[in-house]
Design a protein around this ligand. Structure first.
Ligand code: PRP
Ligand code: URA
Length: 207
């Protein structure tokens, strides 16, 4: 297991854009999507490769392609904001969906939807959700995927609280975690500080 916090000026710049409370839905979505695309570069750094024989205009040669299928699994709703950005970098990736909402009183996750491509079991699975707060939603989503037989699962988020990172690392020590930022803490109602507020509402203009 590893925790990677991306240390990249462009990612930090775009993250500042989405933290600003005055950023409106369109720009918010665009920046989330762009950060996710930039993160794809880091996430795929060590993906296994296979040799392929091809022909350039000059000669035959053996080169490399990514060996495994990739499935992106956004946790609804906010995870949807990261899908386009990652797909723009990995256009062959398939997409599955997990619907979870956090009870605002207990902060416990509740499942309401799941749909996956048949090939998911033998694929590299990227669970995407911008916010890792208590970690409850990410832990539950990964449990659902493991129950279905997925073996290679990686978590990709934008902003994580130390509490969520620790909980996810303990619950699923085999899952690598990628984040654009580790923030300071959770507040008394389970929001990340400084964070960016309610990501689902800001992405979809629902508040
Ligand atoms: C948010 C966020 C995560 C979850 C994180 O979703 O997108 O899924 O909270 O919190 P946790 O780490 O404490 O579980 P929310 O439940 O608000 O649903 P939404 O995306 O539909 O708004
Ligand atoms: N979910 C969000 O959207 N934001 C937080 O800060 C915590 C959970």
């Amino acid at each position: 297991m590893s925790v990677t916090i991306l240390n990249h000026s462009l990612v930090k710049h775009k993250l500042t854009n989405i933290r600003k409370k005055e950023t409106k839905t369109k720009d918010f979505y665009q920046n989330v999507s762009e950060i996710a695309g930039l993160m794809a570069y880091e996430i795929t750094r060590n993906f296994p490769l296979k040799e392929v024989e091809i022909e350039t205009p000059i000669c035959k040669t053996v080169q490399y392609e990514i060996a495994n299928d990739v499935v992106i699994v956004p946790i609804l709703r906010a995870g949807l904001g990261m899908v386009d950005g990652i797909r723009s970098m990995i256009p062959t990736a398939k997409v599955g969906f997990i619907g979870l909402y956090r009870d605002e009183e207990t902060l416990e996750p509740h499942e309401y939807y799941a749909k996956f491509p048949d090939t998911i079991v033998n694929s590299i699975v990227l669970v995407v959700d911008p916010m890792l707060a208590t970690g409850g939603s990410a832990i539950a989503a990964i449990e659902m995927l493991k129950k279905r037989g997925c073996k290679d699962i990686r978590y990709v988020g934008l902003v994580g609280a130390p509490e969520g990172i620790e909980a996810l690392s303990k619950a699923h020590p085999d899952v690598d975690i990628y984040l654009a930022s580790q923030d300071e803490k959770l507040n008394e109602v389970g929001y990340i500080v400084p964070g960016l507020g309610d990501c689902g509402d800001r992405l979809f203009g629902t508040k």
